[in-house]
Write a protein that binds this ligand. Structure first.
Ligand code: GDP
Ligand code: MN
Ligand code: MN
Length: 250
């Protein structure tokens, strides 16, 4: 399998035809998977905002005050307001905001970025990253994964994860197949789009590299059942339930 960054993409602006810009620079073949950083999908979709767009309400001010007291850093309540508006629910408000986005992805600050955002203060995630992926998929005729860099519980460091996808199932199911000792696997559902996102994120990088897209060549989904379940449902998520009850003391 090869993962190749798409070189030479310009700074992406609202209204840009991202599919055409990628198509001009990448030779896509059948079987390729295109991974695109949510950052540029958001820029093209006009998801750049200013603090002034999010006048802070009472809850945002309370969250910012608390975070300021905990961290000793100044916190703009309008940032908290943006996170609130981008979220279905805030699972944790301190010592950081852990949010459920409207499309079901759970991440710190609802994935709102303050780096790589020329012409604005804030870059929000695409409203519906799988719909964005679907549009790119239709234009380019290869499976598309929209990625973001995200932290994980239990581990230091951030990594690429899928926030949207089209043309490929989110996961492949190994249940019912056998391991090397002939034992039937009972639980293994492999999150393929996250693994593709992680591979792509290695070559797109996090800084000023200017490579927000990567082509994965030679990945084979294989003869497996696929599923589009990636974001756990509430009923199925005991960690989310436990965190709701948890209070940060400090
Ligand atoms: P995120 O992981 O989706 O939040 O995106 P990052 O901010 O980590 O950026 C991923 C990659 O895309 C890095 O190599 C950035 O330099 C690059 N990048 C971000 N915005 C642009 C852009 O508008 N044009 C180009 N060519 N590269 C960009
Ligand atoms: Mn991001
Ligand atoms: Mn990143």
């Amino acid at each position: 399998m090869q993962v190749t960054p798409v070189a030479g993409l310009p700074e992406i602006r609202e209204g840009d035809d991202l599919a055409a810009l990628i198509d001009e620079r990448a030779v896509l073949q059948p079987g390729d998977v295109l991974c695109v950083a949510s950052t540029v999908v958001s820029k093209a979709e006009g998801r750049t905002f200013d603090f002034a767009d999010f006048p802070a309400g009472e809850r945002a001010r309370a969250i910012a005050d608390r975070l300021e007291a905990i961290t000793g850093e100044s916190k703009d309540p309008r940032f908290a307001q943006a996170v609130i508006e981008e979220s279905e629910e805030l699972i944790v408000e301190a010592p950081f905001i852990l949010a459920v986005t409207h499309f079901g992805h759970i991440t710190v600050n609802a994935g709102i970025d303050r780096s790589n955002v020329p012409g604005g203060d804030l870059l929000l995630l695409p409203e519906d990253p799988s719909a964005s992926a679907e549009r790119l998929h239709e234009a380019l005729d290869v499976p598309v994964v929209v990625t973001d860099t995200s932290g994980r519980p239990f581990r230091y460091g951030q990594r690429g994860v899928a926030v949207g996808w089209a043309g490929i199932p989110a996961s492949r199911d190994w249940r019912g197949e056998t391991d090397r000792e002939g034992r039937e696997m009972e639980a293994t559902v492999q999150s393929v789009v996250d693994e593709l996102a992680g591979a792509a994120n290695l070559v797109t990088g996090e800084g000023d590299g200017g490579t927000p897209a990567a082509v994965v060549r030679g990945f084979e989904f294989g003869d497996h059942e696929g599923s589009n379940n990636l974001f756990r449902s509430e009923a199925d998520d005991i960690v989310r339930a436990a965190l709701r009850e948890w209070e940060f003391e400090g």
